[in-house]
Ligand binder design. Structure first.
Ligand code: HEM
Length: 137
């Protein structure tokens, strides 16, 4: 019977059973999906309305991400952990600032400028992952 379904157990597990899905991974996955579409259509000014809706999603996920704690912080304590978290939050807030710039460029119809900001956000992602994300993830 249907009542036997237990969603809260399944919702918290990876299918490969490696580790539980963290809240940050969920935000990152949401960002990733929208980000792929943004990259695909950034040059096409006829899609700017749709691109702006996707950018709003990425911005919200980045803002939420800044409030969360990366898996790697769990290996640290004391001053080391404090430094790690400050660096992480600063990088994520800087990324949110770039996303706001991307919004402004799209709103003014500057697709060439928007493309340059997309490249900067890709760099921020690369550096953010190098410093704060587990290597095998
Ligand atoms: C457009 C920008 C970004 C995209 C599309 C993106 C995408 C992703 C994806 C797909 C994952 C793997 C999620 C999973 O395993 O389920 C991930 C993980 C992660 N990302 Fe990002 N990312 C972005 C920017 C950033 C930035 C700027 C930082 C740091 C300042 C960052 C920090 C992390 C961390 C720490 C993880 C590991 C999750 C955890 O520790 O719980 N990401 N990201």
């Amino acid at each position: 019977m249907l009542l036997a379904y237990v969603p809260f157990v399944e919702a918290n597990s990876h299918e490969d059973g490696e580790h539980d899905h963290t809240a940050l991974e969920d935000q990152m996955s949401a960002m990733n999906k929208a980000w792929r579409s943004i990259r695909r259509q950034i040059k096409d000014s006829s899609k700017n309305e749709s691109t702006l809706a996707l950018v709003a999603k990425v911005k919200k996920a980045a803002q939420e991400s800044a409030k969360l704690t990366p898996i790697l912080a769990g290996d640290l304590s004391g001053d080391e952990k404090k430094k790690f978290m400050e660096g992480y939050q600063k990088a994520m807030k800087r990324t949110t600032g770039l996303i706001s710039q991307l919004e402004a460029a799209l709103k003014s119809g500057d697709n060439a400028g928007a493309e340059e900001i997309v490249a900067k956000i890709n760099d921020a992602r690369k550096h953010g992952h190098e410093k704060y994300k587990p290597e095998d993830d």
